[in-house]
Design a protein around this ligand. Structure first.
Ligand code: FE2
Length: 219
């Protein structure tokens, strides 16, 4: 059980340089358009924890991996920062990597750009089912086109992310995206938050994955 309210997310815009993030919109959009013809980027997989079992677990989204693990793929390794290393894509997106270096992380692990050339919906899902595992990450977007939401199944209520960045509970609620017109994309950076950022977070003694929602509730 948790004291958090769902659906909810922690808006993190006040902890990052939003103007700099927004300024990357044209650059990233152009880079993505350049590669749309070469559609061999890996499909994004929601994982097995779908809200609706019949919803697609490989929607139209594709991933650009800015870092890759040196070890066999394991979702529980996202925050083992020592095993992740930059890919050739990181160079291709150098201005984005420079921005990521300004984020409140002591160390970074997995970094992804998730994009969909046709702005398709992303099926509502949970990322994993380990309540004590709290991934420290920032979800970000350079524009507001991707309608991204948290969803609480008992009520079906949704909370749409309003700003450019968020940290959210990926275990005790679902998240997904509605379809939008044309290319949509977002960026997710996992790692270990730095001490100053961590000190702000009300990590609970149980159900650690609810920390973002507890923080959102605390205001
Ligand atoms: Fe997810």
């Amino acid at each position: 059980m948790t004291d958090a309210d769902y659906p909810s997310y922690k808006d993190t815009d006040s902890f990052i340089d939003v103007q700099r993030l927004k300024s990357l919109d044209g650059f990233i959009t152009q880079r993505l358009r350049e590669r749309l013809a070469a559609a061999n980027d890996r499909h994004f997989y929601t994982g097995p924890f779908l809200l609706d079992d019949d919803a697609p677990d490989r929607p139209g989204s594709r991933m650009i991996e800015l870092t890759r693990s040196r070890e066999p793929e394991d979702y529980y390794d996202l925050d083992r920062t020592e095993i992740w290393e930059p890919t050739a894509e990181a160079e291709h997106f150098a201005p984005l990597m420079d921005f990521i270096a300004t984020l409140p992380f002591a160390a970074t692990g997995r970094m992804l750009i998730l994009y969909d050339p046709s702005g398709g919906a992303v099926s509502a899902h949970k990322d994993h089912d380990s309540a004590e595992l709290c991934h420290e990450f920032l979800w970000m977007r350079t524009n507001l086109r991707k309608p991204f939401y948290m969803l609480d199944p008992p009520s079906g209520a949704r909370a749409y992310v309003g700003g450019h960045s968020a940290w959210f509970d990926t275990v005790n609620q679902f998240h997904g995206a509605d379809a939008s017109d044309g290319l949509s994309f977002s960026i997710r950076v996992d790692g270990v938050f730095d001490d100053a950022f961590r000190r702000r977070i009300p990590f609970p003694s149980e159900n650690r994955s609810s920390a973002p929602s507890l923080w959102a509730k605390a205001g």
